[in-house]
Design a protein around this ligand. Structure first.
Ligand code: C2E
Ligand code: MG
Length: 734
């Protein structure tokens, strides 16, 4: 029994020893050199190890056989596309592997060695597939296996063999159905099929055939000598050695996973991990950002907020006011500086806590009154500053009743005798304050007014700039009240007739609006028109006037009194996207007028601003049949260029040249030439502001017969105009 086991163990040791046979052990250190060209893309038959040496079943077998024949082998990876090409390269003494003798690419016959090992060739398919008979099979092979392909072709002439450069191309062709199966050495399959993404490929169970594994060279005397000598070495290779070498390589896990393999195998895991990680990073960043924002907010509050009352600190108030003025340049604001006159006495007599309560109460009351676009700050113990909309007397009254009075009576309401004395100074912001925002300067002004109250030994409030306050009040009263005024008849359309002096008859009228304000009384267009223009409200008024004029013209048309009127178009009426010409077209249609009955006056200065849009509007109005007039010509900076460029029908010449300051004689000369020039340009002309007979005669003598002015008629209510146009003279003229 023991002997038997000993013998068994000895065989095992021998087997292991054989497995470790490598160059040098068999070949000897000083053997003759033999350069062998081999492909290196056929793991485990031939491949490069980590050090770049050619290794594999084929390599070990060759080392063993060549060593037996007294050669020391040096392998060179072949660089040629096929073994057939490599045969023609003299750097290789021999090339391998070959199944049988073939002809080189250059047409050289070859001599091949004896068989080193019989290698099984197997078919691989995509899944378990029924294959057609071998003679009708379409197979895919690596191009570098051209030699094997030739052998296969002789064995199976009906087989279609397609060659591909790489294994991945082979697999692609298989998957696309371009071939039925792939053919390769079984040892190589044992390696290739370890690739995870090839897990769907199946080896067809029965080996298709075995192929010899030989070395070869061109049929030359030297080549033949090498082959002959090599064959002797091959003959010495035992079957056990062959098996040991094969087992050695086929039992190793040689396949190394690439990045794409890992992605294939763990794609979902990697994706999920990536998503989870990204989410975690995002959450972390968000949290950090939120923490930072909270921190910043905390710091900002510490700087910008008053800890006792929660209103803005001086710094915060300054910033907020700057922001609000920049964001709302059209809101009229005022700023107040408020102080409790007897605060020290309150603290001393009622205690600090009572003083703090009073401050908090004041803030609570004020905050209820403040809107989003207003601000309140505390600058010192009992000093509060407030920026608020100027909304007229009503707002001030509410401030007094809802804030100041309750604060004054705060302790009295608690049954104590202390009446709080408040001193307030108010500064009304001017347009300059919006252009150059200087909060400290505004507060200084408010503080000066507050001091005036304090120094006068009374309490209450005072304005630093009462005139500005009045202007602001008036602006508010006009702009805030416009819509109501238009509805309840405060705004009326008056007319100033225009005459032909030479003919002595009325030829039309200009519509001029008049406003009898419910609280301000009669206000002049010279006052309210610029305010409405600035507030962006003039269009509301003008649309009202245009419609009223059309209504009047319709009424007169129906009476058979054909009349025409001019209306004023403000430059602020013209805006991108607003179709003024379309609006006039609609009006004449609605009121059944002819376009010639309406003349549209655009002030001369308007042409110097936003010229492009204005010109477009003028062109469209004229195309629609309306007459366009250039108003106030001569009162601004008239330009000859404008006369050339602007396509108007009539010029309204402002008689400022005659009545204004300066040399009247020069004025006359200028007017004389202007009239001539305008007539030569083919435009009509009407003089406005004609105040006396001598002006009228002068104008007539210069060829300007159409006139408008106090010399003839002042602007009048519609009823008065009707008596003029209904007079028999007018009817005759018609
Ligand atoms: P304007 O269009 O140049 O109108 C002529 C102004 O000159 C009118 O002033 C008129 O009363 C005044 N006037 C007429 N004859 C004489 C005169 O002999 N001597 C003097 N010193 N003045 C005379 P009013 O009605 O106060 O209008 C002033 C301006 O307000 C108008 O100038 C016009 O630009 C504007 N306006 C009036 N109504 C409207 C309107 O409904 N819409 C628009 N956008 N502007 C209007
Ligand atoms: Mg006018």
């Amino acid at each position: 029994m023991t002997r038997k086991r000993l013998r068994k163990n000895l065989i095992r040791i021998l087997f292991v020893l054989l497995c470790f046979i490598r160059v040098g052990t068999v070949s000897g250190e000083n053997g003759e050199k033999l350069t062998v060209g081999v492909p290196v893309d056929r793991c485990p038959v031939f491949y490069l190890d980590d050090q770049g040496n050619v290794v594999g079943i084929g390599a070990d077998l060759m080392i063993l056989a060549a060593g037996n024949a007294g050669y020391t082998v040096t392998f060179r990876p072949i660089t040629e596309k096929t073994l057939k090409d490599a045969l023609d390269n003299p750097v290789y003494d021999i090339v391998m592997p070959f199944g049988s003798a073939i002809t080189s690419t250059a047409g050289q016959p070859t001599e091949v060695s004896d068989n080193l090992i019989r290698t099984p060739f197997t078919l691989v398919t995509e899944g378990n597939r029924d294959l057609p008979p071998l003679n009708r099979l379409r197979v895919g092979m690596l191009r570098s296996q051209g030699g094997v392909a030739e052998t296969v072709r002789t064995l199976y002439p009906g087989m279609e063999i397609n060659m591909y450069e790489t294994m991945s191309e082979c697999v692609k062709a298989l998957r696309n159905g371009n071939v039925d199966a792939l053919l390769h050495n079984s040892y190589v399959w044992s390696y290739v099929l370890q690739k995870p993404s090839y897990s769907d490929l199946v080896v067809q169970p029965s080996a298709m055939f075995s192929m010899d594994f030989r070395a070869g060279t061109t049929d030359t005397p030297e080549g033949n000598a090498i082959i002959e000598r090599l064959n002797r070495g091959i003959a010495e290779v035992s079957e056990t050695q062959r098996q040991a070498i094969t087992l050695d390589y086929t039992s190793r896990r040689l396949y190394r996973y690439s990045l794409s393999d890992y992605i294939y195998m763990y794609g979902w895991v990697i994706l999920c991990a990536f998503l989870v990680l990204s989410l975690a990073v995002m959450l972390l960043i968000r949290r950090q950002r939120r923490n930072r924002q909270a921190q910043e907010e905390k710091v900002r509050r510490l700087i910008d907020e008053d800890p006792l009352t929660g209103v803005l600190s001086m710094e915060g108030f300054r910033k907020r006011v700057e922001e609000l003025l920049k964001e709302n340049p059209d809101i009229p604001y005022m700023i107040s500086y408020n102080n409790i006159k007897n605060f020290k006495y309150i603290n001393d007599s009622l205690g600090r806590a009572a003083g703090d309560d009073l401050l908090r109460f004041w803030v609570a009351r004020s905050k209820d009154m403040l809107g989003e676009e207003e601000a309140m700050g505390r600058t010192a113990a009992d000093r509060f500053v407030v920026l608020y909309h100027m909304k007229g007397d009503e707002k001030i009254r509410r401030d007094i009743t809802d804030v100041l009075e309750p604060v004054r009576d705060y302790f009295i309401q608690q049954g104590k005798e202390n009446r709080v004395q408040l001193c307030c100074g108010v500064y009304v912001l001017t347009p300059e304050d919006y252009r150059n925002i200087d909060v400290d300067r505004m507060l200084d002004c408010a503080r000066i007014a507050e001091r005036r109250v304090r120094d006068s030994h009374r309490d209450g409030y005072e304005f630093y700039n009462p005139d500005q306050w009045k202007i602001g009040q008036q602006t508010g009263a006009i702009c805030d009240h416009l819509s109501v005024a238009l509805r309840n008849g405060e705004v009326q359309v008056w007319y100033q007739p225009q005459t032909d002096y030479a003919a002595g008859k009325v030829i039309g009228a200009e519509a001029l609006c008049r406003w009898h304000h419910v609280s301000l009384g009669w206000i002049s267009p010279g006052v309210f028109i610029p305010l409405l223009e600035k507030a962006g409200l003039i269009y509301e008024l003008d649309s009202f006037v245009w419609e009223q004029v059309c209504r009047d013209l319709q009424k007169w048309n129906r009476k058979g009194l054909r009349f025409s009127a001019s209306v004023n178009l403000s430059r602020s009426d013209i805006r991108e996207g607003r179709d003024i010409a379309g609006q006039f077209r609609d009006l004449v249609k609605t009121y059944e007028l002819s376009a010639g009955q309406l003349r549209i006056e655009v002030t001369e200065t308007a042409f110097t601003q936003d010229a492009g849009l204005l010109l477009q509007t003028v062109v469209k109005l004229r195309e629609a049949g309306f007459q366009v007039e250039m108003d106030d010509f001569g009162s601004g900076y008239s330009s000859l260029h404008m006369l050339k460029e602007v396509p108007v029908d009539r010029i309204k010449l402002d008689l400022n040249f005659l009545s204004g300051a300066g040399n009247p004689e020069k004025g006359r000369i200028i007017i004389c030439h202007i009239i001539r020039m305008i007539r030569s340009l083919g435009m009509k002309i009407i003089a406005e502001g004609v105040e006396n007979e001598s002006q009228a005669k002068f104008l007539r003598d210069q060829g300007c017969s159409e006139m408008q002015g106090f010399c003839f008629y002042k602007p009048m209510p519609v009823q008065e105009l009707e008596t003029i146009i209904e007079s028999p003279d007018m009817e005759d003229d018609d």
